[in-house]
Design a protein around this ligand. Sequence first.
Ligand SMILES: [Ca+2]
Length: 184
Amino acid sequence: MRHLLTAAVVILSLHSIAYAEGNIVPNSGFEELKGFSGENPAGWWSWNSEYNGLTSESGRTGDQSVYISSAPSRGSHSGILYRYRNVVPGKTYVFSCFVLNSSKDPISGDAYGQLSIEWLKNERETERTWGIIWGPETSKTDWTRQEMTATAPAEADACNFVIQFFRRDGSGAYYADDATVEVK
Ligand SMILES: [Ca+2]
């Protein structure tokens, strides 16, 4: 029995390693935790968290996604992030997710969603690479893939992969699902 258990653990470990090489983001489909509407996805953080969180209103895969909506004041923003602690300077990181505009609260005006990567050294942000943006034109019926690519600066030892909503003079909300980061 003990040998069987050991073999099972080894197989699970190998599976985890193989998975990590493809996509370094945990809980990429936002299926954990189940049924905790409005909470952070397991493994992720958020800010202005009243305006983002898990939802079962929509999902590209599985039952859940994350919604990110406009905070009340102009110039405010809200979003979610995954902190990755194994950054290697000079390596290239391809960060993507799928987004869907909200039908009940669509992105309006000059509000937009955006991907970015905050580069950190000793837990402090040293530099940020801004990625693609999506605005009111974002489809309400088809999940659209958004992608950015950035190379880790010298001395970076960690980073935040950020999915964000900027309110500006607009408002609205979108859903995000299936976030992935691949290392090149
Ligand atoms: Ca999902």
